[in-house]
Design a protein around this ligand. Structure first.
Ligand code: AMP
Length: 219
């Protein structure tokens, strides 16, 4: 089952993806994580992507679409039970069209799109307080979900950092980019009859429950 997690930065896509992976047979394709991996390994792709990401802009489609297929084609079994989560992809209409086409070529389809409905004020507060583990990727929030020891990951004990693009100024740019380039995908998938809306202002557990309830109703 192929599921897209669609929503603005800070909506909780990654948090829901982690919960789904803990409880179900699921894999996640997170384009932002793939870019960050390439940046830390100083690959050509990483060097190219970094400038866009630091500004809060989207990385061009031609650098993004192929790496999604590389990741998708590496997943060994794609039966009805295995969940593939697209987190942060697609972000433009052209990416959505490329995804539809590539799915068709592979005899697959996007089954559901989970749209996170969240107010903008909450997003800025959530992202600018977010801290991420440099080792295991666990996320915390300075106020809403602080680590036991400041600056140290509860899960693996490594250092927590603020992502370069999680500063207040860049966050506002990223929300603007979402509104101008990505939000159109809500109607794109509504028209296909596969959009499922969830309240992203709720806690991670409530979001997970709503996801399970709504997915259960349709599958
Ligand atoms: P994320 O981790 O999903 O918040 O993504 C961080 C940054 O990576 C974004 O602000 C973009 O610069 C870049 N990025 C991630 N996914 C995409 C995508 N599908 N298309 C273009 N740029 C992307």
């Amino acid at each position: 089952m192929n599921i897209i997690l669609l929503g603005p930065p800070g909506a909780g896509k990654g948090t829901l993806a982690n919960k789904i992976k803990e409880e179900k047979d699921a894999v996640q394709i997170a384009t932002g994580d793939i870019f960050r991996y390439n940046i830390s390994n100083e690959t050509d792709l990483g060097l190219k992507a970094k400038a866009y990401m630091d500004r809060g802009d989207l990385v061009p489609d031609e650098l993004t679409v192929d790496l999604v297929w590389d990741a998708f084609d590496k997943i060994d079994s794609k039966d009805d039970k295995k969940i593939v989560l697209f987190d942060g992809f697609p972000r433009t209409i052209d990416q959505a069209k490329a995804l539809d086409l590539g799915m068709k070529e592979r005899g697959q389809k996007i089954d559901q799109v989970v749209y996170f409905d969240v107010d903008e004020d909450i997003l800025v507060e959530r992202i600018s307080g977010r801290r991420v583990c440099t080792n295991c990727g666990a996320t915390f929030h300075v106020k809403n979900n602080p680590p036991k020891v400041e600056g140290v990951c509860d899960v693996c004990g490594e250092k927590l950092i603020q992502r370069d693009d999680d500063t207040e100024k860049t966050v506002e740019k990223r929300i603007h980019v979402y509104n101008s380039q990505t939000a159109v995908l809500i109607d794109y998938y509504k028209d296909q009859g596969i959009l499922l809306s969830i309240d992203g202002t709720n806690s991670p557990d409530e979001v997970f429950d709503e996801f399970n309830d709504k997915l259960g109703e349709i599958s």
